[in-house]
Each structure stands twice: as C-alpha cells, then as structure tokens.
Design a protein around this ligand. Structure first.
Ligand code: AMP
Length: 522
C-alpha cells in the first residue's frame, strides 16, 4: 500500500474538512490537499523528469506546503528528504550530494542557503543516469502554486512495503550525518503504533507543529492525516510558549509533539496558570531525557495530558511509549519509577537490552537497547559498513543504554558515548542530573566526563541557575551525598548561562565537553 492512500481516504470521507491551518486560518480542505499533492507528484515526472525512487529534499521552515510535498513524494513513488532548517550550507550540501537529491524545495528565507548548498554539493553518481545537481524550487512562489493548482491527476503509484519513503538524516552531533532509510512499511507501522500505543485521534482534532516538521512533529503528520485531523502550522518560526497558548484558543483536540526542553518552557511560562488548556488534548514528549522532577511539575501544572515516546531516526518515534494512563496511575507502587522510564515496547517492535556480545540481559541490568520489527529502518543510505554495524544480527543497535524492570518498563541511562568512566567505574550522567535538578536554584543541568590524568575521566556538572541565584556548591554536593555513591559526585560545578542545544532541543554533550574540557572549574 502507498502511504498516499491515507490522504485519498481522508479526502473521500470528507473533502471539505480543513486539513491544514496556518495559525488560526484554514488553508486547504482535504479535497484540495489531495489534488495539490497529486498535481505536484505528476509535475515531478513531467516537468522535472524524475523517476520513482528519486530523492526530493525539503529545506523548509515549518510551512503548510511541507504537508502536500511529503504526500506528493509518496504519491509518485519519490523519496522525501526533509532537512533540518537550521543546518549550515555545507551540511545541506553534504546531504544534497550524498542523498542525490534532484530537487530541493525551500522556503524563501532559506532559498539563499539552498542555492549555495546546491552549487557546492557533489552529486552522487547513478548508474544509467546523468548525475545532476539539485534544482532549488521556492515553495512560496506563484509558479509553485500554479503547478500545485493544476488539479488531481492519476491515483497514487503502486508501492511495495520496502520502497523507500523518507530518507532521515540523523541529527548527528559528531561526524557526518547518516541517512536512515525509512520504508513505506516503517512509516505505516509508526502510524498504526500511534493509535495503538500513543493516543486516539478524531476527525476535527489537530496537531500543532511547534517542533520542526523535518523531524518528529513531521512524522506525526501521518497519523493525523490517517484520522482526518488537521495540521496547524504556527506562523512564528521560533517556539514561543505565549503564542502557543494564544493559538490554542482557536482550535480543539490539539496534540503537540515537544522536546522535554519545550515542555519545560511551557510549564514555566507565566500564562500556564491562567491559560484555558481545554483545547489541548495531548502533549507527546520525547527526543531527549525528561527528568522526573520536570514531568512531575508538568503534570501538576498542565494536568494529565502527557504521553512519552522513545524513538530514533532509525526506528522513527517507535521504540517504547509511556501512556497517559501510566502518567495518571499515581496509586501504583512503582509510579515514580515508571514516570522516570520511557515506558513499554511499542506493539510493532521487539525491544531487548543486551551486553557487548548481544546477549540478552536480565531485568535491572543495564546494557544497549536493541530493536527489531516493522518500524526499524532498512539501513543507512549508501553506507554498507554503518548498516552492517547498526543492524548486526538483525537487531538495530540504538547506542542507548537502558535497563528493563520486571514489568517491561525501560529506563534509559544515557547514550553509550555519554557514559563516564572514572577510576574504572561506569557513571551514568542522567542519574546525577536527576538529583541536581531537585535543587530549587537549578533550572537546567548537564553532566559530562572530563579527561583526568589519574581517573581517566572526572565528573563535571554544568549548571544553569534560576534568575538571581548563585552557584552554591555545598548545597549541590550535599544533595549528591544524600543520594549517590561518592565516586559519582561531580568534582566540579560550572555555572553556565545556557546549555548548547540543537534545533530539536537536544543538549549537545560533545560541544559541552569541548567547551568545559579546557575550562577551570569552579
Ligand atoms: P534522533 O534520531 O535525532 O531522533 O535521536 C534519537 C535519540 O534521542 C535516541 O537514540 C535517544 O538517545 C534520544 N531519545 C529519544 N527519545 C527519548 C526519550 N523519550 N528519552 C530519552 N532519550 C530519548
């Protein structure tokens, strides 16, 4: 089945229902969205001589056209390559060349970068075809609209389950990004798992794209189209909690996908106490660690609206989920442990924790998280070695370290590369971060290892203090003394104004290590 049939079905059921909003303004109904996607798909073939399987990059800020372009790709059998809008021209040039994108749709604010990147890209060679630089097309031009308005053409092309649908370049904080090849089957599994394990969606509900549509929020276009719900694209390019609260008033049944840092900003916004949250149905958080103190605050401030997912580009949005009912189950004897976990395996995948030799570990033993099943990528685009390493033995090696409890709840420790080894002992930064966040003066914290001549590494905490507070090392150390082994206690605390984060709200520990490695500690 072609994913585009989800759009066809929604359009048949109710073509007049609004499919896309810009802020509070309806942009298209489902019938028009379908006609535009199909017209664009035809134009890729007729006007640009693309063949099914060709890649089409989307280098766009969040914009209504992202929705129709993704479906246009699938409609015609092309591969969508959504790219993080904050990338440097050189990074985009790498993706365009490596991915062999023949077209690159850009919003006007990014067209200059896209042009530069397309000129610098070294296009891949394809047997039997002249290699071509990506042609940059504005998704905001009158010409683009004219093509999209040509009207509904042929039905979606036949697609096989393993046909490539989305080339997901990893946010890669180190080294070259890798292109996780996501198939039609992978995205359908992700969509069905949404309904089974994350949330129900009714026609007339909506997803508000407060996070980049090139990543998790964009993945969730699919279940919302499957349910005949709407996409709300905020006009503001930056995440603005005040504007989000404002926008909620114009909609109902709203879901948002948010990184934990975004949830924190919503919870700490002065409007949260007086905002009418009735239209906000669900906040799905994930993409980085949610600390226990933070989710407890969030539940107290915003009520039982939260679902957590754990996924990665290689098994998109679909490794484990912690449902709304688990957030609400305060009477359960292990409620807090569950809140600190990432929940249980999604229905379409098997998840296990294994040692370095891939032997399955018993509950409560920490090891690498492995995943197998319908959501797991086909492999990495043009990277046989990385594919063989990541998928060895038929299991995706996530690089995340975690442990299951006896009930099947997975608690993540850290990325294996963030593990600190000091004096031969393994130290998981997250454990220390959870403790330091209990201190009332601490707004954010990130713990890293710094080279040490004797111990190999020593533990260092970078602390963002609340306004007007100063670093009180004794108080922080006392907290640690109360809760964790001596060898895990930070040897240095460094007050920082902010933590380095990527466009998706993930703390860039590699950058932090580089920055703190050479600095004198407090
Ligand atoms: P990406 O491929 O950019 O989506 O990044 C995936 C990585 O983000 C995972 O391998 C985890 O390290 C992290 N991650 C995703 N979801 C969660 C979560 N719920 N809790 C903690 N870390 C997460």
């Amino acid at each position: 089945m072609n994913l585009a049939h989800l759009l066809v079905r929604a359009a048949r059921i109710d073509g007049a229902r609004t499919a896309v909003f810009l802020d509070d303004r309806p942009i298209h109904g489902y019938g028009v969205l379908m006609a535009r996607a199909s017209a664009l798909a035809r134009a890729f073939g007729t006007d640009h001589h693309l063949r099914p399987g060709d890649r089409i990059a989307l280098f766009m800020r969040n914009h209504p056209a992202v929705v129709e372009l993704m479906f246009a790709c699938w409609w015609g059998g092309y591969v969508a390559v959504p790219v993080n809008a904050k990338l440097h021209p050189k990074e985009l040039a790498f993706i365009l060349g490596h991915g062999g994108a023949r077209l690159c749709f850009a919003t006007d604010d990014l067209a200059g970068i896209a042009d530069q990147a397309a000129r610098e890209a070294e296009p891949m060679a394809e047997p039997g075809r002249p290699s071509a630089r990506a042609r940059v097309i504005s998704a905001e031009s009158a010409e683009y609209d004219r093509v999209a308005a040509r009207g509904h053409a042929e039905p979606p092309i036949e697609a096989a389950p393993d046909d490539l649908a989305w080339l997901f370049y990893t946010s890669g904080t180190t080294g070259r990004p890798k292109g996780a090849m996501l198939s039609q089957r992978n995205l359908l599994a992700m969509t069905l798992c949404y309904f089974a394990d994350v949330d129900g969606i009714a026609p007339g509900d909506a997803i508000l794209h407060a996070a980049p549509m090139s990543h998790g929020s964009g993945m969730y276009i699919l279940p919302h189209v499957a349910a005949g719900a709407a996409q709300i694209v905020p006009r503001a390019d930056k995440f603005d909690p005040g504007a989000i609260f404002e926008l909620l008033g114009a909609h109902k049944g709203v879901t948002m996908f948010a990184a934990p840092t975004m949830v924190k900003r919503l919870v700490e916004h002065p409007r949260v106490a007086r905002a009418d949250l009735a239209p906000l149905k669900t906040i799905i958080y994930g993409g980085g660690p949610m600390y226990l103190a933070d989710i407890r605050h969030a539940l107290a401030a915003m009520g039982n609206r939260f679902v957590q997912i754990y996924g990665q580009g290689e098994s998109p949005m679909t490794i484990t989920a912690l449902g709304r009912h688990h957030h609400a189950d305060t009477g359960h004897p292990r409620h807090l442990q569950r809140l600190a976990s990432v929940g249980v395996a999604h229905g379409a995948v098997e998840v296990r924790v294994a040692d370095d030799a891939d032997r399955v570990l018993a509950p409560d033993q920490a090891g690498e998280v492995l995943v197998r099943g319908e959501a797991v990528m086909l492999g990495y685009w043009r990277d046989v070695n990385a594919t063989a390493a990541a998928l060895r033995g038929g299991w995706l090696h996530t690089g995340d370290v975690g442990a299951f409890d006896t009930d099947g709840f997975l608690t993540l420790k850290d990325r294996s590369k963030d593990l600190i080894i000091s004096g031969g002992s393994n130290i998981y930064p997250r454990e220390i971060e959870e403790i330091l966040l209990r201190h009332p003066d601490v707004a954010e914290v990130s713990v890293i290892g710094r080279p040490h001549p004797e111990w190999g590494e020593e533990v260092v905490a970078a602390v963002v203090l609340r306004p007007g507070k100063s670093l009180a090392v004794d108080g922080l150390d006392a907290l640690c003394r109360d809760s964790i082994a001596r060898f895990k206690r930070p040897r240095a605390y460094i007050a920082v104004e902010s933590l380095p984060k990527n466009n998706y709200g993930k703390v860039l520990k590699t950058e932090l290590r580089r920055y703190l490695g050479g600095k004198e500690s407090a």
